[in-house]
Design a protein around this ligand. Structure first.
Ligand SMILES: *[C@@H]1O[C@H](CO)[C@@H](O)[C@H](O)[C@H]1NC(C)=O
Length: 140
């Protein structure tokens, strides 16, 4: 079991929270559905929901080794939190499909490339446990 500093736990929680919010709000839109104008029902095209597939290289093992230095880890966490917070704040309310894909890929890539290897591994577990496909089920 990896010991995480209080801050990296907070960071992972934040990432996870942002990720979940992102999943709920953005990552699984009913993009292939339309409203039947006669009945008002939501219909899917052939019952197929789009599966978000991460871009090439976005899936795979964590790349960086363990970052033992707690000070460096905390600094990295703060900076990343700032980045993600600002990014999600400024992300469009009604993103296009390619913008949703970009965010999805970003999260997957970050879970590989985050420079604190042990943090990245935790993040990958979260992504596996809560894949972006299994999120949204309310209509807009
Ligand atoms: C740990 O990281 C901090 C901040 O990056 C750095 O100033 C310090 O020298 C590092 N300590 C060691 C032992 O590498």
């Amino acid at each position: 079991m990896i010991m995480l500093t209080r801050f990296s736990k907070a960071f992972l929680f934040t990432v996870f929270a942002l990720f979940l919010l992102g999943s709920l709000a953005l990552l699984h839109p009913p993009s292939r559905t339309y409203v039947d104008t006669w009945t008002g029902d939501f219909l899917g095209e052939g019952g197929m929901m789009p599966i978000l597939s991460p871009a090439q290289g976005a899936k795979g093992e964590v790349i960086m080794p363990k970052l033992g230095n707690a000070t460096a880890k905390a600094e990295l966490g703060r900076a990343t939190w700032k980045l993600l917070h600002t990014m999600t704040l400024r992300f469009p309310d009604e993103p296009r499909q390619d913008e949703r894909d970009a965010l999805n890929n970003y999260f997957h890539l970050m879970s590989r490339l985050y420079p604190c290897g042990e943090c990245a591994a935790e993040f990958q577990k979260l992504l596996k446990k809560y894949p972006p496909q299994a999120s949204r089920n309310r209509p807009t």
